[in-house]
Write a protein that binds this ligand. Structure first.
Ligand code: KG4
Ligand code: ZN
Length: 349
């Protein structure tokens, strides 16, 4: 199939607070349009589901129109629709699913309901070409922290481990709050930590003894978050100033140390030589640097999509839809459900 013959797929993502509409032709990205409601959630310190759903409703049609205009594509040229079927916020997913079904029916094209986590992996084909099979994927965002063995992103995704409490991004957001930094906190901690030193030895969850034996590829960040809070409170109670940059750098180091250590251990354990890191936290500069250094020493090839493709977007959904078509996977039924707890083993709805 030549690039010009490859199907034109429009992908819709609404699992959290980003209304994403991406258009791809085969594995080529044409446009990635985003409308975010993050500013509306900032004063609550976290995403408010009902506010997110309403924002998706307002943003959906304008974002589809903007995507088509920027790509120079007319809706009737679209060959298939892809949409995030889950996991995510139920009400938010429903808005995307309803829009996708309406488009598929009116255009008379197939619809692919896809898994959000698998889409975070699939997006990298748009930047770095075909995915090695198998690939190891470390997905780290505000909603998920998972290690996945991915023999085939369109059909076979196997969870090796996940967080047993907070997601990595959630820990960044909560610690940022303790340090008086704005929401979402990850980018602020990343920035502030550049002026700090790793001076505090915060705990690395599930990395020793029985914990490690029982949770070899799982993560835990809630003890770390509590340790940072307690450290800051003790300091403030003693009337001493809090060295925000050093606390941020030390916290960040504890998170990225565990993430990279476990990801590389999983690659070794499974005999996989390619590691992909995705999700919003993959934008973290220290995670990128430490992963690059440790992968190089371990002889593992590292793939990290550019930050705009790591955070939630419509292009990742379109990419997985297009890959599914290229592999001849069946389309979804028009009554595909929006499944807030869709398991990662279900790549398509
Ligand atoms: O993938 P994403 O946009 O949405 C979810 O599916 O959650 O990820 C958002 C998360 C937030 O928790 C945010 O604080 C975190 O990614 N994040 C970062 C950075 N940029 C975004 N965390 C650490 N360092 C960053 N540079
Ligand atoms: Zn995500």
């Amino acid at each position: 199939m030549t690039t010009r013959d490859a199907p034109l797929v429009l992908g819709i993502e609404t699992s959290c607070d980003e209304t994403g509409v991406g258009i791809v032709r085969g594995q080529t990205l044409l446009v990635d349009a985003i409308a975010s409601s993050v500013a509306e959630h900032a004063r609550f310190g976290g995403v408010v589901p009902e506010v997110a759903s309403r924002a998706h409703l307002d943003a959906m049609v304008p974002t589809i129109e903007r995507a088509c205009a920027e790509a120079g594509v007319r809706l009737r040229e679209i060959d298939a629709i892809a949409v995030t079927a889950g996991p995510g916020l139920a009400g938010a997913l429903l808005v995307g699913a309803a829009a996708a079904k309406a488009l598929a029916v009116s255009l008379g094209v197939p619809i692919y309901g896809v898994n959000h986590l698998a889409a975070h992996v699939a997006v990298d084909v748009l930047e770095h070409g075909p995915l090695p099979e198998p690939t190891m994927a470390l997905l780290v965002s505000g909603g998920h922290s998972s290690l996945l063995l991915v023999p085939d992103v369109t059909a076979d995704v196997r969870p090796l481990g996940a967080t047993i409490d907070d997601a990595a991004g959630e820990a960044f957001d909560k610690v940022a709050r303790v340090l008086g930094l704005p929401f979402p906190g990850g980018p602020h901690i990343d920035r502030v930590a550049r002026d700090g030193q790793v001076t505090i030895d915060f705990p690395r969850g599930l990395t020793t003894g029985r914990d490690l034996a029982r949770h070899r590829f799982d993560f835990s960040f809630s003890g770390l978050k509590t340790a940072v809070s307690r450290w800051v409170q003790l300091r403030a109670a003693a009337g001493e100033s809090v060295p925000v940059a050093d606390v941020a750098a030390s916290f960040q180091e504890a998170v990225v140390d565990v993430l990279t250590r476990k990801a590389i251990a999983a690659c070794r354990d499974q005999g996989v030589s390619d590691l992909l890191i995705g999700g919003g936290v993959a934008a973290n500069s220290r995670l990128r640097a430490l992963a690059a250094a440790r992968c190089e020493s371990a002889g593992i090839a590292l793939r990290v999509p550019r930050p705009g493709l790591c955070t939630d977007n419509g292009a990742m959904v379109a990419a997985l839809g297009a890959l599914s078509m290229a592999k001849g996977r069946p389309a979804s039924d028009l009554d595909l459900p929006a499944d807030s707890s869709m398991p990662v083993t279900a790549v398509r709805a």
